[in-house]
Design a binder for this molecule. Structure first.
Ligand code: FES
Ligand SMILES: [Fe+2]
Length: 421
């Protein structure tokens, strides 16, 4: 018998020209993952790195990632924000080990090369050699110039206190990248008020990073998977709602208004699905409408590929997607508030944050379904997922009974990944 070892093609095979059937292979194939990092994270895309409020003072820094590359977001003496790749210009060590801190300069411990907070090389030990018995030993060659060996500097864009960076210096502006509609929702949340950092959650989810983008582009599941949402009346399929995308269909906003349009006081009326269930501490749902909402009680924004901006009633957070191989990613939540919040509002935001994060009343469910989805994909990578709710096309809608945002993201994914360059 002619036995052949089965090989899985590198080429991703879609069943049709649309994106209503998504091949499992795009979650399981390692070479596809590396291509995604190049095309979606390192070129032509702004990636989220943090909030300005995380580094308020000169010398403050935070270590984070763009895709799978370690970077440092640091504020310099002039107040500017720099994002620098965490790889020493000497022998390549990933020199910054702390998650955050304050430094006057950046020093690599291996041979003590030191850099300014802008990433410029300023000092090299033994550069001019070491004098011994009237003779100079070693040292760098005469033509060695520190300016040739700065750290790799990323292009930086900030807006409303949010910091984005890109390895691609030819990239379009952040505003063009987001497009006018998504930018409008971005500015609604980050409208120039100073932000305050309330805390972090970190979790490693054993699933492909795209599944998190899909999860927040999927209004099909919340009323079905998240029993907590439904039981305590935060999500109903008949909420007034809209789904919007940018022109490329890569970013999206799921906008919903609890209760009657415009009547924000309806928000606080908890109509329980299971009447017998009640909260031990009702303050988890002590919702107070805020002026800046301008109507919607929840707006979940996916900015492709790296971040989700969340407003769920009074809880606001950024959720940073940090890939780690094709089958895993770190998910980092930054819960924030606004400088003009009262003490009560800060407490309220913190209490409502219990819905989210790795052990959140709601979000714990999402971490699990993503893990179990990846397990299904690994089991039969030749198969495909179905995203046909609401049809096979891609369009903005005024309801939530559709998977159009997922189809939209994969239409963009195909355009970008299948392009010849
Ligand atoms: S590797 Fe950084 S100083 Fe040598
Ligand atoms: Fe969810």
């Amino acid at each position: 018998m002619n036995q052949q070892t089965p090989t899985f093609p590198q080429e991703i095979r879609w069943e049709s020209s649309d994106t209503s059937r998504v091949p499992f292979q795009i979650y399981t194939d390692e070479s596809n993952h590396r291509k995604e990092l190049e095309r979606l994270f390192y070129r032509k895309h702004w990636c989220y790195v943090g909030l300005e409020a995380e580094i308020p003072n000169a010398g403050d820094f935070k270590r984070t990632v763009v895709g799978e590359r370690s970077v440092i977001m640091v504020r310099d003496a002039e107040g500017g924000i720099n994002v620098i790749e965490n790889v020493c210009a000497h022998r390549g060590m990933q020199f910054c080990r702390e998650r955050s801190g304050n430094r006057k300069e950046l020093v690599c411990p291996y041979h003590q090369w030191n850099y300014t907070l802008k990433g410029d090389l300023q000092g090299v030990p033994f550069r001019r050699g070491v004098k011994q018995d009237g003779k100079v030993n070693g040292g760098m060659p005469a033509d060695f110039k520190t300016s040739d060996h700065n750290l790799n500097k990323l292009k930086v864009a900030t807006r409303g206190g949010v910091v984005f960076a890109s390895f691609d210096h030819e990239i379009e502006s952040l505003e063009d990248f987001l497009g006018p509609e998504i930018l409008g929702y971005f500015d609604r949340l980050f409208n120039g008020r100073k932000l305050t950092i309330l805390g972090y959650n970190r979790q490693r989810i054993p699933g492909n990073w795209k599944l998190m983008q899909e999860n927040i582009k999927d209004p099909y599941h919340p009323g079905l998977l998240h029993t907590w949402f439904v039981t305590f009346g935060l999500w109903r399929a008949d909420n007034k709602s809209e789904l919007k995308m940018d022109l490329h269909h890569r970013h999206a906003a799921m906008i919903s208004t609890r209760g009657q349009a415009g009547k924000a006081d309806q928000v606080t009326q908890v109509s329980s699905f299971k009447e017998s269930m009640s909260l031990e501490d009702p303050r988890f749902l002590d919702i107070v409408p805020e002026d800046w909402w301008k109507g919607p009680t929840a707006v979940m924004m996916t900015v492709f590929p790296s971040v989700i901006f969340q407003q769920q009633v009074n809880s606001v957070s950024t959720r940073h997607i940090q890939p780690s191989g094709n089958g895993s990613f770190d998910f980092v939540w930054t819960h924030f508030g606004f400088e003009d919040d009262s003490q009560e509002m800060t407490q309220r935001r913190l209490r409502q944050a219990n819905l989210f994060g790795p052990a959140g009343f709601v979000s714990a469910d999402d971490g699990e379904v993503i893990e179990f989805s990846q397990q299904g994909f690994e089991q039969k990578p030749f198969h495909r997922a179905l995203a046909e709710l609401g049809g096979r096309g891609v369009e903005n809608t005024d309801h939530m009974v559709t998977e159009t945002l997922i189809r939209g993201m994969y239409r963009y994914w195909r355009e970008t990944m299948e392009a010849s360059d």
